[in-house]
Design a protein around this ligand. Structure first.
Ligand code: ATP
Length: 370
């Protein structure tokens, strides 16, 4: 198992720099997800670690040893691609054994490793089949066994679950997490899927435009995003972002005002997650909105509200539709769950708890927002 460090690593294709200087450390045994919009450099980062791409500058180290010049096959890294790329003319046993072909390994050792890897992903009974005789989920397991058979120090997963149907994805993500923890193998997974990243990873690297926007635990990114990009990218449905203006410690949003405990002057963005908003009788809040769209979603109801601060989305838990289109509601939120970003998009330090709607409100009590 290995600790990974990147020191000012960049990647350019000709004149185009696709990775800006990247610095990061992944601890031995950590499970880290790389999340970000299409084209931000997630796969490039993974391929640099795998040794499939060489960095343009900077240093990649495994356990403190520079691996820049070490071939992919000598890095002891297992990789699973989105397309499982199984060999159709080989059976499952031969597919799993494939990475061992140049290792000059005794036959019974190869057999032992194949059985162990197949057992780990529960396909021991399928070793004689061809890939065409397997379901998508089973093929995915073969690809994972093939990555694990080398007993790698590092496991790299590039969107490994994206070809599976929704039910299988949920089952596989739990299984992957459990295998990763059991083996204690340092793992990086590239994914588009936030839920996948949040549920599986110890930490998430959120990338934007070839650079790391933020690295942190899922809770850090969700509750304490560094900037507007991370705030808007993490969370489904996305955070409400409302334009506001500050004058010293006074924040004005949509004609209403409330107090900040630290002063800030100028334009700001006020962030509020839909699931943190409680819809209360209009008289119990200083901000009211008219319900324009109601979308029952099974366990939740998604409301679109027209307010003086702009359109706001709110998500209420429970099946019951409590507010009809056309009705007026009040909006309430715990002050410690709201966020404020300055004109440059950076979250203003400390405002998470500084922003108070009602002074000294108990943290666990819903309070009117204005
Ligand atoms: N061989 C190449 N030559 C030139 N540009 C490339 C090459 N490979 C990738 N790029 C560019 O590098 C950028 C990052 O690509 P990368 O595949 O790492 O993104 P990604 O975040 O994994 O995207 P996606 O989620 O769509 O897979 C993209 O703008 C892409 O067009």
């Amino acid at each position: 198992m290995a600790k990974i460090s990147l020191d000012n690593v960049t990647k350019s294709w000709g004149e185009t720099q696709v990775l800006r200087p990247m610095n990061l450390t992944i601890e031995d045994g950590e499970f880290v997800a790389i999340l970000g919009p299409s084209g931000c450099g997630k796969s490039t980062t993974l391929f640099l670690l795998a040794g499939l791409y060489a960095p343009t500058s900077g240093q990649i180290a495994f356990d403190g040893h520079n691996v820049n010049r070490i071939d992919a096959r000598d890095r002891n890294v297992g990789i699973v691609f989105q397309s499982y790329a199984l060999y159709p003319n080989l059976n499952v046993r031969q597919n799993i054994a494939f990475p061992l072909r140049f290792k000059n390994m005794q036959r019974d050792e190869v057999a032992r490793r194949v059985e162990a890897a197949a057992g780990l992903v529960q396909i021991g009974a399928l070793l004689g089949r061809r890939p065409s005789q397997l379901s998508g989920g089973q093929q995915q397991r073969v690809a994972l066994a093939r990555a694990l058979v080398k007993e790698p120090n590092i496991l790299l997963l590039d969107e490994p679950l994206s070809n599976l149907d929704a039910t299988l994805r949920i089952a596989m993500r739990a299984e992957l997490k459990s295998i990763q923890k059991r083996l204690g193998i340092t793992t990086l997974i590239v994914t588009h899927d936030q839920i996948e990243a949040i549920t599986m990873a110890d930490r998430i690297i959120c990338m934007n435009n070839g650079a790391i926007a933020q690295i942190g635990t899922p809770d850090d990114l969700y509750r304490r995003p560094n900037d507007l990009f991370v705030a808007g990218f993490i969370g489904t449905p996305p955070m409400n972002l409302l334009k506001g203006r500050t004058n010293g410690r006074q924040l004005r949003v949509g004609g209403a005002s409330f107090e900040l405990t630290s002063a800030c002057d100028g334009e700001v963005t006020f962030g509020l997650r839909p699931e943190d908003i409680a819809l209360v009788p209009p008289g119990e809040a200083r901000l009211q909105g008219e319900v324009t769209v109601v979308e029952p979603m099974g366990r939740e109801v998604f409301y679109t509200l027209d307010t003086p601060a702009g359109t706001i989305h709110a998500l209420e838990h429970g099946e019951a539709v409590r507010h009809a289109p056309g009705s007026t509601v009040g909006l309430a939120c715990r002050p410690d769950l709201t966020l404020v970003f300055d004109a440059s998009g950076k979250r203003i330090a400390g405002l998470n708890s500084d922003l108070s709607c009602h002074s000294r409100a108990p943290a666990n009590q819903l309070e009117p927002m204005y």
